[in-house]
Design a protein around this ligand. Structure first.
Ligand code: NAP
Length: 267
C-alpha cells in the first residue's frame, strides 16, 4: 500500500511501538489520527512529528464515548474514508493468575481484545469507503504461546489473533485486508522493571520498538493479508507450540521456578 496522503488511525500512538510506527508513517506522508488517553503526551507527539496535518484524539478505547470521538475525528479528517487502522493500544499485567483481581482481568481483556474489535466494527464503514484498505492488529508472541504469569494477557492476544484470522477470511472478497503482527518482548513501558529483570535472567531477547515499526512498515508495503511473527527463535517456537505443545510445556516447566520468583517479588 502506498501510504502518501492516506488517512491512517494509530491507537496506542504515544506508546513505545505506536510512537515508532507513527514516526515512520508521518515521514512517508500519511495523515495520522493519533489515539491515546493522555492528551499531553499526544500533543507532544504531534509536535515531534511536526505535521499540522495530524490529529490527536485523546480517548479511552474501552469507553463508548471514547470510540465515538475517534469515529468523529475520522469522519472529519478523512472525508473519503480512512485507509488503514493500526490497533496498537494495549496493556499488560504480569503476575500469578490466582493473585489477579477480577477487575484487573476484565480491564485487560477490555483494552486488549474487546475494544480493538469494537473500534474495528465502528471504523469498518469508513475503511470500506476506500477501494483498498487495511486493518493491522498488533498481537504478541504470547498470542500463540501461553506463558506463565501472563494468563489474561495471553488470552487477550490469542483472542485478537482469532478475530484477525476470521475477519480476514470474511473480508477476503472485499478491498479490505486484515493482518496480525506479533512482536516478541520489546523495550517499552509496557514491561515493568520486574519483567525486564526476569527477561534478562531467562535470556529472553527484547527488541527495540524501532525494529517493530520497521516490520510493521514491511507488512504495510508488502503483500496484503500477510501476518508477521517477529524474532528468532520465537517464530519457530510458535510453530513448535502449534504442532507439539508438550515440548513447550516441558521447556517452560524448567523456567517455572524463576518466573514464580519474579511474579512473587513484583511491586
Ligand atoms: N512491549 C512489548 O514487549 C510487546 C510485546 C508484544 C506485543 N506488544 C503489543 O504492542 C502494542 C503496543 O505496546 P507498547 O509496548 O508500545 O506499549 P506501551 O508503551 O505501554 O504503550 C501503550 C499505548 O497504549 C495506550 N493505551 C493504553 N490503554 C489505552 C486505552 N484504554 N485507550 C486508549 N489508549 C490506550 C497508551 O497511552 P495512554 O496510557 O495515554 O492511553 C500508550 O499509547 C500492545 O498491543 C502490546 O500488547 C508489546
Amino acid at each position: 500500500m502506498d501510504i502518501r496522503n492516506k488517512t491512517i488511525v494509530v491507537t496506542g500512538a504515544t506508546g513505545g511501538i505506536g510512537r515508532a510506527v507513527a514516526r515512520e508513517l508521518s515521514d512517508e506522508g500519511a495523515t495520522l489520527i493519533l489515539v491515546a488517553r493522555n492528551a499531553q503526551r499526544l500533543s507532544g507527539l504531534v509536535n515531534e512529528l511536526g505535521g499540522d496535518r495530524h490529529v490527536a484524539v485523546s480517548a479511552d478505547i474501552s469507553d463508548d464515548a471514547g470510540r465515538r470521538d475517534i469515529v468523529k475525528a475520522c469522519r472529519s479528517t478523512g472525508s473519503d474514508g480512512i485507509s488503514l487502522i493500526i490497533n496498537a493500544a494495549g496493556t499488560n499485567s504480569f503476575g500469578w493468575f490466582e493473585k489477579q483481581s477480577a477487575d484487573a482481568v476484565r480491564d485487560l481483556l477490555d483494552v486488549n481484545l474487546l475494544s480493538p474489535i469494537l473500534l474495528t466494527l465502528d471504523l469498518l464503514p469508513l475503511l470500506q469507503q476506500q477501494k483498498s484498505s487495511r486493518i493491522i492488529n498488533i498481537g504478541s508472541t504470547f498470542g500463540s504461546i501461553g506463558y506463565p504469569g501472563f494468563s489474561a494477557y495471553c488470552a487477550s492476544k490469542f483472542g485478537l489473533r482469532g478475530f484477525t484470522e476470521a475477519l480476514r477470511r470474511e473480508l477476503a472478497d472485499t478491498g479490505t485486508r486484515v493482518s496480525y503482527i506479533a512482536p516478541r518482548a520489546t523495550r517499552t513501558d509496557l514491561n515493568s522493571d520486574t519483567v525486564i529483570a526476569m527477561n534478562d535472567e531467562l535470556g529472553t531477547a527484547m527488541d527495540d520498538p524501532a525494529l517493530v515499526a520497521e516490520e510493521v512498515m514491511r507488512v504495510i508495503r508488502g503483500p496484503a493479508n500477510s501476518d508477521k511473527y517477529i524474532g528468532w527463535p520465537e517464530k519457530l517456537f510458535v510453530r513448535v507450540n502449534a504442532l507439539f505443545p508438550g515440548i513447550v510445556d516441558n521447556s517452560l516447566r524448567k523456567q517455572l521456578p524463576t518466573i514464580r520468583r519474579f511474579a512473587r517479588s513484583k511491586t
